[in-house]
Design a binder for this molecule. Structure first.
Ligand code: NAD
Length: 328
């Protein structure tokens, strides 16, 4: 199978590509713009099954050249950090909305037989109680989430209007190795490893579900292999934790205590809670999360401890006035 992966040098996309290459049997083309969040070092330097192209999903001519002959496209490329979307949303709209549309057009022209659009639970907006179902209305609150909802709705429209065989996935927050250290888990770990404080937004009661990136990628593989075109699949399975609970667990595993917490002004429009019901992908595609959070978090801390070469060049001096939140 020939698979085209956008954003394959980012956190989740590179994990997906490394899994594909390790499984064998696929030829993979990665198209990635290498923004600050993309890193060529997240992928093997050389692999006969991998072709890496630096480029933009908004470049229709490049897509027309690259896409023909691919059996499937998995679309990860995005601007992904909520805080950055609050200080400037243009790049988010450009890549997450317009870029997705340019990609879907190119997929139609190249007659790609399967597309997976990787979306997020944040498109549903804040869910104070219960869990969002795939048919629930989209009520995004941050420019990041709104731009992801735009791409998500375009994917649906390309199925409805043009029968583009696209499957949409909406996953909860991810954690794992190779995550850019602006997101809460790697930021807190790298801050603790370098003797800094960890900035917690507001009173830390905002709630997120945390899924290991490997479980997310297995769910995307199932959507790719067996998902019904035009359908949406929520993905989750990790624990529900307040930011403060999460912080306490990271502190404990890093041998630190609450004196390292610095409470900072809450993020604008900070969603209190996200939660998706993922029974559809469980029942229809046989998905089951496998990684326990305690084991996964301890492994990730070890990974950041052992791979300072990877993250040290990417860490900026921490602005104590800024909190951190995982976008997803
Ligand atoms: P990331 O920021 O780590 O990676 C994004 C990648 O896209 C980078 O390699 C970047 O260089 C590339 N990119 C950005 N703009 C591009 C463009 N115009 N053309 C080509 N490449 C471009 O993000 P991530 O955390 O790996 O997220 C991947 C996808 O999964 C995103 O679509 C995100 O919305 C979604 N998602 C993320 C989470 C999470 O918790 N991180 C949860 C659910 C869904």
């Amino acid at each position: 199978m020939k698979i085209f992966v956008t954003g394959g040098a980012g956190f989740i996309g590179s994990h997906f590509v490394r899994r594909l290459l390790a499984a064998g049997g696929s030829e993979v083309t990665v198209l990635d713009k290498l923004t600050y969040a993309g890193n060529r070092a997240n992928l093997p330097k050389e692999d006969p099954q991998l072709r890496f192209v630096r480029g933009d999903i908004n470049d229709g001519a490049l897509l027309a050249e690259l896409l023909p002959g691919h059996d499937a496209v998995v679309h990860f490329a995005a601007e992904s950090h909520v805080d950055r979307s609050l200080s400037g949303a243009s790049d988010f709209v450009l890549t997450n909305v317009l870029g997705s549309q340019v990609l879907f057009d190119a997929c139609l022209k190249a007659r790609v037989e399967r597309v997976v659009h990787v979306s997020t639970d944040e498109v549903y907006g804040s869910v104070p109680e219960g869990s969002s179902l795939e048919g629930d209305p989209l009520l995004p609150n941050s420019p990041y989430a709104a731009s992801k909802a735009g791409g998500d709705l375009l994917a649906r429209s390309y199925f409805q209007s043009h029968r583009l065989p696209v499957v949409i996935t909406r996953c909860s927050n991810n954690y794992g190795p190779y995550q850019y250290p602006e997101k809460v888990i790697p930021l807190f770990i790298t801050n603790l490893l370098t003797g800094k404080q960890v900035p917690v937004y507001g009173d830390g009661r905002n709630v997120r579900h945390w899924l290991h990136v490997d479980d997310h990628c297995r769910a995307i593989e199932l959507a790719l292999e067996k998902g019904t075109p035009g359908e949406i699949y929520n993905i989750a399975g990790g624990p529900e934790l307040s930011n403060l609970d999460l912080t306490m667990r990271i502190l404990e595993l890093c041998g630190a205590d609450e004196r390292r917490i610095q409470y900072v002004t809450d993020r604008k429009g900070h969603d209190l809670r996200y939660s998706v019901d993922y029974s559809r992908i469980t029942e229809e595609l046989g998905y089951q999360p496998q990684k326990s959070f305690d084991e996964g978090l301890a492994e990730v801390i070890d990974w950041y401890r052992d791979n300072q070469w990877w993250w040290a060049p990417q860490t900026q001096p921490v602005d104590p006035a800024a909190g951190a939140e995982q976008a997803g």
